[in-house]
Design a binder for this molecule. Sequence first.
Ligand code: AMP
Length: 421
Amino acid sequence: MQMNISRAKGTKDIFFDDMKIWEYVEENIKDICLKHNINQIRTPIFEDTTLFSRSVGDETDIVNKEMYTFLDKGNRSITLRPELTAGVVRAYIENGFSSMPTPIKLWYIGTMYRYEKMQKGRYREFSQFGIEVFGSDSYLADIEVISVANELFKKLKLSDAIALKINSIGCTVCRAKYIDTLKGYLADKIENMCDDCKTRYVKNPMRIIDCKQDKCKSAKQNLPMITDYLCDDCSKDFESLKSTLSEVGIEFEIDKTIVRGLDYYNKTVFEFISKDLGLAVGGGGRYDTLVEVLGGTHTPAIGFGLGMDRIILLLKENNLVSNPKNVDVYFTVFNSNIFPKVYKLINDLRDLGYIIDIDICNRSFNAQMKYANKIKAKYICIIGEDELEEKVCSLKNMNTSQQVKVKMLAEEIDNILKGGN
Ligand code: AMP
């Protein structure tokens, strides 16, 4: 019996034109990170489950409901990474990065796995681009980190589509005082709030702030906000962050409701919100205690994760997809004997940076022309037996239909392509 196997729910295949958009975004990321002197890191897709329960937090939706966790054949509890900060921090500790020159600045792109309800822009396998900077407790590190995302959105022409929202959730000291006040305020209201909020009230009260349930809205109308309870240090840092962001020309809004869903954040937190999708494109913040929590020495750190899938969605919805890299010259060959004789020429052109393709199916000339049209080749190069004898070829501009005869030399073809004839 024939069986149809389809891809698992919440996953997707990325190919052809879409793949070219991904590559375009990835190239911009690589370029921006290089210019910021940030190094790429790759960590495993699966990690010991404890890494996530300890860092992301036992009470978060991610750890509670969304992780792909299984026992491997050696009976170890393994989890497909639901986010990458924890893995990078583990790598920081395990590889002794703390003994290297500080700050350590790292970036990554990788797939994450969360068992979530599917909707537009929400998948079970998705990709994030992120950076993590270790070893600076200064708001200047916050600026540098935020500026990477800002620069990327500028390069992709998405600046108008995305708003940066920032907040400070204080340090462990001022947060503890604030949480007492928050709990006091909610004490006589929590009974009428949703079950999740009831649990949060006990385990992580600040997360009540970003609960989206209608049931909880009225109780939250006049909630005390952390920014009114920051200690002098946190308050000074937040003020410096805001004034320096303005000074360097990075637009932002203050959003006192941002607390972030993961447990490890402190002080600066931020989100990039898509105005059209009404969804977060990314978020991040400081996590000054996480390295210590996971067994390293005290190391202040800050980072963000941006959803690649949502960036691509925004580019497509805003018609901002750059010209895909189509074939520059498609070589048609009249018979297979010609193939080896033009092979040096096509590789010389590839060395010059051109995208070159050639028939490898022994198809008729007409079929080759049809194919070149379909793949939107910019030029075709026609080489028949006679041309081969004379060491010339005909180069046809597929846009203008203009055709010229040139010597079978990469420099000659290069000249024509550069001139756009
Ligand atoms: P988080 O790690 O939850 O702060 O998410 C950071 C960013 O990753 C979000 O703003 C989204 O752009 C993206 N993201 C998170 N979860 C998903 C998902 N299930 N599908 C697609 N993108 C996601």
